[in-house]
Write a protein that binds this ligand. Structure first.
Ligand SMILES: Cc1ncc(COP(=O)(O)O)c(C=O)c1O
Length: 367
């Protein structure tokens, strides 16, 4: 089976180095909040062109802790998209705030800034744009609206480590950037891990406190916090993988070009990269009305695909009552979820395997 993502291929390509890093941690006897975590926080913050990075337990916790550090809680509203991982919405709800959902734009599938104005009320505290599939949302327009209304912007960068927008790294544009290092992400750990990055030292310090019971440096509790520490083994693995992130993102972009060329003239909608940005193709998502037929055809030939996402976040049981939607609904999101299909893409995907995906897809359409 050709997988659509392969954490195993990523591990295998740096196996000795990763095993060496893990052994080093095991031999050190220091497993939580040590030098590997501190090094990763410093290196990843520098990579994102920000002053501070705080390692946490997951991308979901990164969002929760960033919101808590910005005093977002019950009674507040946070504007985001429904076309995202459920985690974005779940983090807002976990903070006690209400997710206010706006539609995505039909070209790039990220938050459509045109709809933000109507979603703002006197309870709105923040906007969470999601840099979906590996490319940045339209941050100039979003930041302009946020500045005008005094709102915080928390970038959900879970799918876009290393992507840029007008030469700025994702995570460095808003007030905070939240990353997931879930194993399938383009910078993936071998377990759960995440980070909050920020240009604001005070915000970073507050997240640092909140990730560990609300303790200050003397272990005095200043406020209620969580346990959301990044462990040393994951940090050591991420220190290895970060060195290869740009190279891996380049490989993803090259694979995307091969797909683009191979699917030319086939009548399917291909991912479109925003001008003045770099897409890192965490996912390669095509769109066509025959999505289910194509997925079945590929599956029968041993090719795995995914759907990101089959159900819009607000339509999940339990979430439907907790989100606020625009009067006209989310027509672009509703159309997308019926047509999108994620094809295999990861740095170890061979040209042969990629060509098999293309020729099988062509067979399916040309039958
Ligand atoms: C857009 C987005 N936000 C947040 C998350 C949550 O990250 P994690 O699974 O590390 O909690 C994910 C991961 O799936 C994601 O894709």
């Amino acid at each position: 089976m050709i997988p659509f993502a392969s954490p195993l291929a990523q591990y295998n390509s740096h196996r000795d180095e990763i095993l060496g890093a893990i052994t080093h941690v095991l031999d050190s006897g220091h497993y939580i909040l040590g030098s590997e975590g501190a090094t990763f926080e410093k290196s990843f913050a520098a990579y994102c062109d920000v002053d501070d990075g705080v390692g946490v337990n997951s991308g979901t916790d990164a969002l929760i802790l960033a919101m808590k550090a910005l005093d977002i809680g019950p009674g507040d509203e946070v504007i985001t998209v429904s076309h995202t991982a459920l985690a974005t919405i779940s983090a807002i709800i976990t903070c006690g705030a209400t997710p206010v959902l706006v539609d995505v734009d039909p070209l790039y599938y990220t938050m459509n800034p045109e709809f933000i104005g109507d979603a703002i009320t006197n309870r709105t505290k923040a906007i969470i744009p999601v840099h979906l599939y590996g490319q940045c949302a339209d941050m100039n327009a979003i930041m302009e609206i946020a500045d005008k209304h005094g709102l915080s912007v928390i970038e959900d960068c879970a799918q876009a480590a290393g992507a840029t927008y007008n030469k700025q790294k994702v995570g460095s544009i808003g007030h905070a950037g939240c990353f997931s290092f879930f194993p399938t992400k383009n910078l993936g750990a071998i377990g759960d891990a995440g980070m909050v990055v920020s240009k604001c030292k005070e915000l970073g310090e507050r997240v640092r406190r909140l990730r560990q019971y609300g303790w200050d440096q003397n272990r005095m509790t200043l406020e209620t916090g969580l346990n959301s520490r990044l462990d040393e083994i994951q940090a050591a693995i991420l220190n290895v993988k970060l060195k290869y992130l740009d190279e891996d993102n380049d490989k993803r972009r090259k694979l995307a070009i091969l797909y683009h060329d191979g699917f030319d003239q086939l009548g399917i909608t291909l991912p479109k990269a925003r001008p003045n940005s770099t897409h890192v193709y965490h996912l390669y998502v095509i769109s066509c009305p025959q999505r289910d037929i194509l997925a079945e055809h590929l599956h029968n030939a041993g090719i795995a695909t995914g759907i990101h996402y089959r159900t819009a976040a607000h339509e999940h049981t339990g979430y439907d009552q907790l989100c606020r939607l625009p009067k006209n609904g989310l027509p672009v999101t509703n159309k997308l979820i019926k047509n999108i299909l994620s094809l295999p893409i990861f740095p170890g995907l061979s040209a042969n395997d990629l060509n098999a995906v293309i020729s099988l897809s062509r067979d399916c359409f040309e039958q």
